[in-house]
Design a protein around this ligand. Sequence first.
Ligand SMILES: Nc1ncnc2c1ncn2[C@@H]1O[C@H](COP(=O)(O)OP(=O)(O)OP(=O)(O)O)[C@@H](O)[C@H]1O
Ligand SMILES: [Mg+2]
Length: 275
Amino acid sequence: MSTAQPLLELRGVNKHFHGGGIFKQGRKVQAIKQVSLSLGARECLGLVGESGSGKSTLGRIILGIEKPESGEALFQGVNLYGKDKAAIRQVRRDLQVVFQDCFSSVNPRMTAGESITEPLKNYARLSYLDQLRTVGNLLELVGLRAEDACKYPHQFSGGQLQRVCIARAISLRPKLIVLDEAVSSLDILAQSQILELLSDLREELDMSYIFISHDIAAVVQLSDRLVVMSSGEIVERLDNMEEFNYLTHPVSLALLAAVLPAQPENRIASDHRVF
Ligand SMILES: Nc1ncnc2c1ncn2[C@@H]1O[C@H](COP(=O)(O)OP(=O)(O)OP(=O)(O)O)[C@@H](O)[C@H]1O
Ligand SMILES: [Mg+2]
């Protein structure tokens, strides 16, 4: 990969769905409209927008699992929807995802250790001892104990299980992780601990993130850049988070208003600071 080439590049991507159900029959939903963006190595791009604005659809396009009708999705220079299947398989291991609902992201009948080794088994043959060692290291890397490998999902708290899902996502040492509302269902304390963990892991493992959330405050904490989506389009971009107070699009302002303190006297006059 040449140094000039971005890790990820979307060029004019479009995606629509046909509405289902008796009331929506035939209705076309343009979920993604002409989206272009790029992401460099070790960068975190925040993706915010109201519900239904197309964030998860865009996330799935980036992961190579939702084919767009038009436009290109290039990861490490490889067209994720192109003809070179061998190259696609090769780069797909560098793309991982962590979803919001950690309880449904893991098999309830699998131990944490088994869940974490699942992606590894797709790409490498590991001896039992190597698996144990790898799982122990990964659990410690995400702030859990090696012994936790034997526990089942219901024996973890939401925050702990999200750490298991993060351990699974980093097991193949990916270059990019799509975090789709990955902290949204956690309480404030667990949320800030996971954000801190993600920030440390990014440094340690040289990863990039696409951090999807409707919570602009969480996004600001982790991201270097920000894009705001509305009805499938990018309506505002911020390349420097220090300019955060200068967001102007009504959707950006509405997302900001949602995280301002409820008490008007606690609001920061004339700006939108959330920290
Ligand atoms: N498989 C699908 N079939 C039909 N419509 C879909 C499908 N997936 C998404 N959509 C529609 O595409 C639009 C974008 O959905 P998407 O899930 O990407 O939004 P989102 O920004 O992630 O929302 P949320 O914040 O609620 O997760 C919505 O109108 C949704 O109903
Ligand atoms: Mg979503």
